[in-house]
Design a protein around this ligand. Sequence first.
Ligand code: 5GP
Length: 117
Amino acid sequence: MAYDPNNVFARILRGEIPCKKVHEDEHTLAFHDIQPQAPVHVLVIPKGPYASFDDFSANASEAEQAALVRAVGKVARDLGVAEPGYRILSNIGEEGGQEVPHLHVHIFAGRRLGRML
Ligand code: 5GP
């Protein structure tokens, strides 16, 4: 999937549209999902132009990859959901159900989430 610089998360990163930010560092931004599907529903994204986890895992630097993993864990701890637990999910491509073509990791928490799919 080619990167579309006008996707909604690229526009959030450029400050063209607002978000409810929960975390920011050199390589990542995290913010509340606009249509939450659980009491806690936060998205963690890299600042770099990566269309999906497939693109990111193949092409992002070690520093960017480490930063995303660390940001996901930190955001979950900061939100107070590491205990009793949470779910992370990233949709990839058409069959994966990805709607926004900029890598994002969903963090869901705040209730018993049930089965995986
Ligand atoms: P996907 O289906 O691509 O994995 O998830 C895209 C997510 O982005 C959806 O959960 C959707 O609610 C969220 N989303 C779409 N547009 C916006 C927006 O403008 N702001 C925020 N905060 N979330 C958005």
